[in-house]
Ligand binder design. Structure first.
Ligand SMILES: *[C@@H]1O[C@H](CO)[C@@H](O)[C@H](O)[C@H]1NC(C)=O
Length: 208
């Protein structure tokens, strides 16, 4: 009898437990440090958990000959709150993903085509570099500067998964040269000469 009562109370408890299975991003509202607000479960559909945007390469006709196609919370609302996301990386021959960081998460890169020389620099300024081929993985710890360069004569493809639904992206050269930070301050804080700073600002679209 006691057993049955116990079982019954357990059953009532579990069926009423307010477990929230997911928090699909409601991208109509701005993102907060905790992620996006949750869409009401009644309007969530399977397409909130599916991305077809990574089937094809992004446009490689750009200065870096590379394209990163994200499936972060903004593109794949179902990852909101789950601490995961993914992106597709295409690198034409000669292509490069310039030195950058993801402030919000660590990265796991899986090469599925071609060859990619990838590396990161630790806080102690130790460099870890390796040429990866199809099937190889490399991990880039959160916040550290890292890069990927095409290391073969063919277009390379890789998928980068992240330990965050919104890992963020800061590209070092853009941060230094693609904004309106005055040249004099860029020179003073980087020890680069005037001509180099002005040239990079012109190439990357900076002013000041
Ligand atoms: C790729 O980008 C270039 C440069 O912006 C543009 O001229 C071209 O039309 C784009 N190609 C496609 C297929 O969108």
């Amino acid at each position: 009898m006691i057993h049955i009562l116990l079982l019954l109370s357990l059953f009532t408890f579990t069926t009423h437990a307010a477990v929230q299975d997911f928090c699909v991003a409601d991208v109509k509202f701005p993102e907060s440090p905790a992620g996006y607000a949750c869409k009401p479960a009644t309007v969530v559909t399977v397409d909130d958990f599916v991305s077809t945007g990574l089937r094809a390469s992004g446009n490689l006709s750009n200065i870096i000959k590379a394209a990163v196609t994200p499936a972060f919370a903004a593109q794949l609302p179902g990852v909101n709150g789950l601490g995961i996301s993914i992106a597709r990386l295409d690198l034409a021959p000669g292509g490069v993903v310039p030195m950058h960081t993801h402030p919000g998460g660590s990265e796991l890169l899986l090469v599925t085509q071609g060859f990619i020389k990838a590396g990161f620099i630790s806080s102690a300024n130790t460099v870890y570099v390796k040429t990866l081929q199809k099937g190889d993985l490399m991990v880039f710890p959160q916040g550290l500067l890292h890069f990927q360069v095409n290391a073969g004569g063919v277009t390379a493809v890789a998928f980068a998964s992240f330990s965050s639904a919104t890992p963020g992206l800061q590209i070092l050269d853009f941060a230094l040269f693609a904004n309106d930070l005055p040249s004099s301050l860029v020179e003073a804080t980087t020890f680069l000469d005037d001509a180099t700073v002005k040239k990079l600002k012109a190439v990357l679209g900076g002013t000041g």
